[in-house]
Design a protein. Sequence first.
Length: 201
Amino acid sequence: MSEPGNMANGAAGDVELARARLWLLLGLCLRAAPDAATLRLIAGLQGDPSPLGSTLGELAGLARSADPVLLAREHHDLFIGLARGELVPYASYYLTGFLHEKPLARLRGDMAGLGIARTPGLAEPEDHIASLAESMAGLIAGDFAADAAAQQRFFERHIAPWAGRFFADLEVAEAARFYRPVGALGRHLIEIETTAYALAA
């Protein structure tokens, strides 16, 4: 596997590019409900017979007929709610049952070491699943000074311990329609990354 930083020089392989794009797609969908432009982008995705490809095809099909207003309501019901959404998309909550706990502090320390800065204007803590997906995309794409080992440590410390459960919960969430294949996409990606890192060890 190529070093993530090589992508910035145009020399990374197709696998790394595909990985970064999948993580970025998850971040886009989970940060906020996709707008019309993002839906058009998703609608153009091509599936294949693999579990991941089949999920991408399903998501693309839903994007072609999605109503942005209804999708915004679905995102709100799932992740925001009046008091809280059906799901709480934070590492601290999944790992401890509370927000702003030790997983967030550990993440902030590791982000500082990798040169990953908090996005200005975002109210959510950095352990939101969208932030972690975007950070993973950046690590793979070479946006930060991190080698493949640092990329693996970030995944194993901050994503692998809980994100698979979150995505599985999203797949069966009562309010989820468009977001069911988003959950499946995340679950498949977690499984692929976990297997790849285990084989590389």
